[in-house]
Design a protein around this ligand. Structure first.
Ligand code: PMP
Length: 280
C-alpha cells in the first residue's frame, strides 16, 4: 500500500493526515478532483488531466493558489516517496475551510489540496476478463460535465451494481439514451462495425481516456461516431466496453440479463486496450 499522502503543503503518513472538519469539500462536496494513471515513470494523459482539473476549478470559481509546474513537482515527489511502479494518483482541491454556510459569496478561503497515491495490480495482459454491468436511470444533477467530488448518485449506482454482482452501473437518460457509467464512459461496436460513444453534450463527463481512445480509433481506421445510442442498441451490440483512467479499456460481456457477443470478450476491445498501453 502507498502510505504517504499530501495534505496542503505536508507530505504525511495517511494515518496522520488531517483536514479541517470545516472543509467545504467535507460539508458540501464543494471540491473537484482528478485521477491519473501512472506506470513506471509515465503518467497517462497527464497534461489533459491537469487541464481538466484547472477547468473544473474555473467552472466552480475556485481560485487555486498553485501553478501547473508547482503541482507537477509535488505529484512527482509523492510517487518517489511512495515507491509505486503501477498505480494512480487522486488529486482533490476543495474551496477551503470556512464556517458552514452554503454560499461562498465574499469568501476568501484558501483552497485545500489533498493527494493520495494508490498501488494497482499490474493487469494489462491479453486474456483480460470481461465484466458485467447493469443499467439504471440517470438521476444525477444536470452538470455531470463538472468533475466534482459531489458523487452520491454515482456512489449509489456503483454500489447497487456491485450488489448485483456487476462491475459498473450504466446510466440511461429520460429519453432512453445511454449517458455514461457511474465512473466511466461507455462505448459500443455495432453490427456495421461502427464504434460509438456519446458526444460531449453536457450530459456526460468529458473523459480523458475517452478522448485518447477516440484518437486511437480514428488512427487505426475504425469508424468512429460520437453520437448517443439507446439501451436497445447497447444490448444488440457486437462489443461493449468502458473507459476510464482507473479501468483503462474494460470489455463488458453482460448487461442486465443479456450476454454481449455470447459473453466473450471482443477482439476490437482488446486491440484498443493494448493500443492504450503501448502508446505511452
Ligand atoms: N464518467 C464518469 C462519471 C467518471 O467518474 C469517470 C472517471 N472519473 C469517467 C467518465 C472517465 O473519465 P476519465 O477517462 O477521465 O477517467
Amino acid at each position: 500500500m502507498a502510505n504517504i499522502s499530501y495534505v496542503n503543503g505536508l507530505y504525511c503518513n495517511i494515518q496522520e493526515a488531517k483536514i479541517s472538519i470545516n472543509d467545504r469539500g467535507y460539508h458540501f462536496g464543494d471540491a473537484v478532483y482528478e485521477v491519473i494513471l501512472y506506470s513506471n515513470g509515465i503518467f497517462y494523459d497527464y497534461e489533459e488531466h491537469i487541464k481538466r482539473l484547472f477547468n473544473s476549478l474555473k467552472l466552480i470559481n475556485i481560485k487555486f493558489h498553485l501553478s501547473e509546474q508547482q503541482l507537477k513537482i509535488i505529484i512527482k515527489n509523492l510517487f518517489k516517496l511512495n515507491r509505486v511502479n503501477f498505480g494512480s494518483i487522486y488529486i482533490q482541491v476543495s474551496r477551503g475551510v470556512a464556517d458552514r454556510n452554503h454560499s461562498y459569496f465574499g469568501l476568501c478561503s484558501k483552497p485545500v489540496l489533498t493527494m493520495i497515491v494508490s498501488k494497482k495490480k499490474n493487469n494489462i495482459s491479453d486474456d483480460i476478463k470481461g465484466v458485467k454491468a447493469i443499467t439504471m436511470v440517470d438521476n444525477r444533477w444536470s452538470r455531470p460535465d463538472i468533475k466534482t467530488t459531489q458523487l452520491l448518485p454515482n456512489v449509489l449506482a456503483k454500489t447497487f451494481a456491485n450488489e448485483k454482482n456487476a462491475y459498473e452501473g450504466i446510466f440511461i437518460d429520460h429519453e432512453g439514451y445511454i449517458t455514461e457509467g457511474s465512473s466511466s464512459n461507455i462505448w459500443i461496436i455495432n453490427n456495421n462495425n461502427e464504434i460509438l460513444t456519446r458526444e460531449i453534450d453536457g450530459k456526460i463527463l468529458s473523459g480523458i481516456t475517452r478522448k485518447t481512445i477516440a484518437k486511437f480509433v480514428k488512427k487505426n481506421n475504425f469508424k468512429l461516431l460520437e453520437k448517443k445510442f439507446t439501451k436497445d442498441e447497447l444490448l444488440r451490440s457486437k462489443e461493449v466496453f468502458l473507459t476510464s483512467a482507473s479501468s483503462f479499456v474494460t470489455p463488458i460481456i453482460q448487461i442486465d440479463n443479456f450476454k454481449i457477443n455470447n459473453g466473450i470478450v471482443g477482439k476490437t476491445s482488446i486491440e484498443l486496450r493494448n493500443l492504450y498501453f503501448k502508446n505511452f
